[in-house]
Structure formats: structure tokens, C-alpha cells
Write a protein that binds this ligand. Structure first.
Ligand code: ADP
Ligand code: F6P
Length: 322
């Protein structure tokens, strides 16, 4: 027995590596259990426009390794309105679709929450590079984004060391410093600037000057965009210590490319789990993995709570970056 017979899946908001792996898992898991499955093109915009297509096993072939999303994604203003949300629910009902899986970030979860309140059975999967979704240790795409940043910093280090120069690297994360934190720790950045922790630019500048004088041959500052731009930080440093760091803004490079095996596995587990939860009659939940265990939490709770910042990791990075 299953509580759903026909479901749909969409990707929404900023894309992330591994969204395709999640869509593949949803489609294949649903079909395995004899559930019909539809793909919605361009997130909530496609839902409102009734832009859905039936998915079969082959429709998700050869995508597990691809970045982006074959379903495409969109930011849809109309869906922010009660009328837009009602239209989305009506489209699903008219097609006899009784469950929807939304792969996206915080905003997309809010949309799923609204649909759930309109009686649609919904499940959210955390698809964002930012790792800013609570009630899951990691989001789909975060691991890949961090590895892209680490790879970029490895390259920057080579040339910084040759020239005894410094770099300020601006990474994504409007409200969450996790990309900066994890990439900063993994790449040995000297300074990590994140929105969650206040920083002292005088101290950072003085330390950079002292380190160069003590024989350090490079200096990497990593800044999450939510804490300031790379250009602002570099300018402030120069004004204080006369050193002119080169600024690198990684931008959307962080959102593209082939997902790491970690992201593919996370997406595969979560996609399969979401289908099983819908089959069991669960709804209005966000799926995640905590300490290796699959969990589903009320979307309401997830969108209304902030993921705690990992101060232990931040302090570790500080201790090791001398
Ligand atoms: P992300 O999901 O990556 O956080 P956005 O914040 O841009 O990305 O949200 C994606 C889409 O989700 C929005 O374009 C909108 O259609 C929908 N959405 C966002 N917030 C809400 C909300 N409060 N209510 C209903 N839909 C929302
Ligand atoms: O939410 C993911 C994210 O990549 C953020 O880190 C970033 O601030 C934002 O999207 C940028 O989105 P866009 O450039 O698509 O407007």
C-alpha cells in the first residue's frame, strides 16, 4: 500500500551540483515502487504554467554526473502570492498528482510549505551550495562547492607563494559562512571572514604584516559574500598595512561542474528517502541526514530555525592558521 500513486518533482531557487542526482533518485525510486512520476520544468514557474512531463527510467539516464538541473530552475515572483500558490496546487490536482518533491533552498522550502497547507503532500530536499538549511548536516551541492573553492585556493597559493603576495577570495554564502569556513579550514587560509562572527580588520591587517615579516610567503583571506565583498576587505587591508592583496571573486563557478561523490550519494539517499516518506503518508516535511541517519522534520520548523554555526571548526581553523 502506498499513500501516493502519482508524484512530481521540481528544482527551484539557486541551482546546485547534485540536483540531477536527486531528480534521478526520485524518478527511479518512484518507478521502482510502481508510482507514476512527473518532472516540473523551471520550478514553481513551470508548476504555475502547467509545464510538466512524464518521466521514465531513461529520462534520467546519464545525468548523475552532471551539474545544473535537467529540470531547470527559476525564481518565480508569482508563486509568492496566495493566488500563485493556489494555481500551483490546482495544476497538480487537475493532473491527479498527489505528492510533490521540491529540491531547493530556504525559499523553495517556504513554497513547499505553502503548498502543503493547501493540501498537497510535499517533501523538501535541501538543494543549495550554501549549507544554510537547518535539520540536516549537509545540503546537496555544498561538498562540491567547497572542493571547487579549495581547488581555486590551491592554485592561488602557488602564485602567491612565488610572488610573496596575498589574496582575498570572495565566496558565496549570503547568510551562511559555511563555504568560507570549510574551504578556509581545508585550504589553510590565514583568515576566514563569515557573517556569523564579527571580525577586526585592524587585527587581520596587523597579523598579515607580522606574518610576512616573520617569513610567511603568502597570505590567503577568505570572505563569505554575506560578510562583505572581497574588494572592500582588500581595500581596508591596504589602508592599514600597505599590502595590496589580489581579489578573486569565484561567483557562479562555485555552483557549476560535476558533483563530488559525496553529493551524488547524499542526493541519491535523500531522493529515495523522500519517495518512501510520501509513500508512508508523511507530508510537509524536509528531509535531511544527521549523524548519518535519515531524518524528516516539519518544513515549518526548518524554515523557522537557523542552522547553528560550527564555532568549534572556526576556532580550529584559527588555531591552525598561524
Ligand atoms: P532558494 O530556494 O535557493 O532559497 P529563493 O529564495 O530564490 O531560492 O526561492 C525560490 C523560489 O521559491 C522563489 O522564486 C519563489 O517562487 C519561492 N518562494 C520563496 N519564498 C517563498 C515564500 N515565502 N512563499 C512561497 N514561495 C516562496
Ligand atoms: O543560494 C545559493 C546562492 O548561490 C548564494 O550563495 C548566493 O548568494 C546566491 O545564490 C546568488 O544567486 P544568484 O546569483 O543566482 O542571484
Amino acid at each position: 500500500m502506498t499513500a501516493v500513486n502519482k508524484i512530481a518533482v521540481l528544482t527551484s531557487g539557486g541551482d546546485s551540483q547534485g540536483m540531477n542526482a536527486a531528480v534521478r533518485a526520485v524518478v527511479r525510486s518512484a518507478l521502482y515502487h510502481g508510482i507514476e512520476v512527473y518532472g516540473v520544468q523551471r520550478g514553481y514557474q513551470g508548476l504555475i504554467n502547467d509545464d510538466l512531463r512524464s518521466m521514465d527510467l531513461r529520462s534520467v539516464g546519464d545525468i548523475i554526473q552532471r551539474g545544473g538541473t535537467i529540470l531547470q530552475t527559476a525564481r518565480c515572483k508569482e508563486f509568492l502570492t496566495p493566488e500563485g500558490q493556489q494555481r500551483g496546487a490546482d495544476v497538480l490536482r487537475a493532473r491527479g498528482i498527489d505528492g510533490l518533491i521540491v529540491v531547493g533552498g530556504d525559499g523553495s522550502y517556504q513554497g513547499a510549505n505553502k503548498l502543503s497547507k493547501l493540501g498537497i503532500k510535499t517533501m523538501g530536499l535541501p538543494g543549495t551550495i550554501d549549507n544554510d538549511i537547518s535539520h540536516t548536516d549537509f545540503t546537496i551541492g555544498f561538498d562540491t562547492a567547497v572542493s571547487i573553492v579549495v581547488d581555486a585556493i590551491n592554485k592561488l597559493r602557488d602564485t602567491m607563494t612565488s610572488h610573496e603576495r596575498s589574496s582575498v577570495v570572495e565566496v558565496m554564502g549570503r547568510h551562511c559562512g559555511d563555504i568560507a569556513l570549510y574551504a578556509g579550514l581545508a585550504s589553510g587560509a590565514e583568515t576566514i571572514i563569515v557573517p556569523e562572527v564579527s571580525y577586526d580588520i585592524d587585527l587581520i591587517s596587523a597579523r598579515m604584516r607580522e606574518n610576512f615579516e616573520a617569513g610567511k610567503r603568502h597570505s590567503i583571506v577568505i570572505v563569505a559574500e554575506g560578510a562583505g565583498t572581497g574588494a572592500e576587505i582588500a581595500e581596508a587591508i591596504t589602508a592599514r598595512n600597505g599590502i595590496e592583496p589580489r581579489v578573486t571573486v569565484l561567483g557562479h563557478i562555485q555552483r557549476g561542474g560535476s558533483p563530488t561523490h559525496n553529493d551524488r550519494i547524499l542526493a541519491s539517499k535523500l531522493g529515495d528517502y523522500a519517495v518512501q516518506q510520501l509513500m508512508a503518508g508523511d507530508s510537509g516535511k524536509a528531509c535531511g541526514v544527521i549523524d548519518g541517519k535519515m531524518v524528516s522534520t516539519d518544513i515549518d520548523k526548518v524554515v523557522n530555525s537557523k542552522k547553528p554555526f560550527n564555532m568549534d571548526l572556526y576556532n580550529l581553523a584559527l588555531r591552525l592558521s598561524q
